[in-house]
Design a protein around this ligand. Sequence first.
Ligand code: PMV
Length: 330
Amino acid sequence: MISTASAAAHPNIAFIKYWGNRDQELRIPANSSLSMNLQELETRTRVSFDSSLAGDQLILNGIPEEGTALQRVSTMLNRIRNMSGLNAFANVESENNFPTGAGIASSASAFAALSCAASSAAGLYLSERELSQLARTGSGSASRSIPEGYVEWQAGTDHDSSYAFSIASADHWDLTDLIVLISKEHKETGSSLGHTLADKSPIQGARVEDADRRLEICRKALLERDFPVFADIVEQDCNLMHAVMMTSDPPLYYWLPGTLEVMRAVQTWRRNGLPVCFTIDAGPNVHVICPVKEADKVKRKLGSLAGVKSILECTPGGPARLLEPDFPEV
Ligand code: PMV
């Protein structure tokens, strides 16, 4: 027996961040978050359940993987096997169209694409909400890569109540995310471990307690396309997350000198009237957000900064989707 399905998903950038879980295993987050899918970046994944296999297999960008990466995929496949009653192992082949090791997190698009492809290959017909819940168990932010465009992940309190939904379509607001690559080094502490350290910071409680206020301001600004309000709340939320990271035990310092150079430049440009703001995930690269009509100008300015290695330009993206099984190479 062989049963195959393929899917594609985009990564997302959070404007209101997820950091810390109230349930580590199910990845029920400490707070709700809000993000935008990134159309130009994509993971494509093909899953084949095959009764002749002696174990799960994972091939990432053409290279067979073992260890933690395979273990994480198997954990999700086990969940799907339990849901469907299927007991065959699977071959999983996954490719990113963005450079591996470029310091761009791919776990969101990876687990969103895997959830879609594997559940379909197993004969499950899951709703968007069920897919978001499933993707969340692989990587929290993957729950936000299932719906389209601008997405809110409602923290909830258990598996059923924790899922993401679209609050606006991709064409609602033509924002651009200029991903400024500061370093291509692999990050020291991945987010899975980072989430478990969040509660070790004495300020995580204050960050979480204030999160709904920030999310409401950000959601309203986004729906009203109010860039000045949006910019201030996005930066405050990012800085709060990094303050928690830096005050955890052990502390996590994701910024490099080039990171701070971009942050300071962006603040100066905004003070001088340019609509632009920054946000940063668990790594040194900076996501510089601006309306698309300002993107060329912002790119030129970023290019003149010493720490900037290269820039990737992304626009608001669509939902995760099934593909023909034999999708062309990306
Ligand atoms: O989904 P994870 O476990 O890779 O966590 C993502 C954490 C951040 O990227 C730092 C914030 C976010 O909300 O995406």
